[in-house]
Design a protein around this ligand. Sequence first.
Ligand SMILES: [Zn+2]
Length: 408
Amino acid sequence: MLSAARIMQRCEALARHSELPGGLTRVFLSREYRAAAEEVLGWMRAAGMHAQLDAIGNVAGRYEGERPGAPCLMLGSHLDTVRDAGRYDGMLGVISAIECVAALAANGKRLPFAIEVIGFGDEEGVRFGTSMFGSRGVSGTLDAAVLDTRDAQGASIAEALRQFGLDGSRFAGVARQKGDVLAYAELHIEQGPVLEADGLAVGVVSAINGFSRLRATLRGEAGHAGTVPMHLRRDALAAAAECVLAIERIARSDPALVGTVGRIEAKPGAINVIPGEVQFTIDFRAPQDALRQQAVRAAIDAVQEVAGRRRLNATIERIQELGVTPCAPWLIEQLERAVAAQGMRVRRLPSGAGHDGQAIQAIADIAMLFVRCKGGVSHNPAEAITEADAGVGARTLLTFIERFEPRS
Ligand SMILES: [Zn+2]
């Protein structure tokens, strides 16, 4: 029997492994991460799985199918958190997957394939700035150089792994081969308001949005705030204000597009000095690459136009770019049938946030199931779901697993 109450209790239990008193912060390879990993390993074993830490700190459990050594259906999510996090982001997916395996084991049920549940150690990238480190290891897309990445205290990932009792040099052995993994499915809190607005407990993800990140620098001329007349100024901050609003207008031009200026810095940054130089970031996300790239071009044009009109110099660098990761249509169909089997209306929606599936798609087709969250709030201690929704999510996942048909 699936127990939604137990899922909620376990989310609470994991939230207690935190470096932040009264809140939740648990970064990769910390003491708190160790405690959480031990607890999850215990739950996996109690659910009839063979479970252990892999060489790069992922928690990995396996429930054999009818025939030992069969390829697997991989389930999972992440066990690390952002700072001052909610208690469902990541954990809910790992705990729900274990709950499904426990339900199968309780009935002595074996499937024609194995099930593997992975609690990825580092999805958020808070400690080392290396997001999806754990899932990139599993998908074989990790470069050895990443192990030299250091945290704020100067410790490298390799050193932190050693302190944790693991040998990071064996990272290549964590990688799974294409034929070993029939598909990857992740249950995750929505982290947005769409399902709540539609009155639905769960939704099926169509694609994980791609993103483009840029940094713009505007150079004008610093000057005395009292002596330079307005018509002679080349104020970089006033120009940046126009740019921010132009970027907002571009982002609003299509309901599927979002755009954010999340950071701005003015120099020299004094109350009595005209800002001579301003740097700001731009982040665009969309479910189609073409839509996102079009927005990036429009933003670059807008910044250049503002700079030209105001006699400023503008440079725009592209910092990071990741294309859309589509969920596989054959898995979307199976997941939607599982939603319909709960008597629920089927709703497809894109994921605005990044997820481990973006790494795993290198070795397997992926699918995601979203569970409604309260007020669309996430990456925040106020993150909340209801026990009823946790139950619908887990039952949908279990139905999907039981009826899963590998692509022939
Ligand atoms: Zn997450």
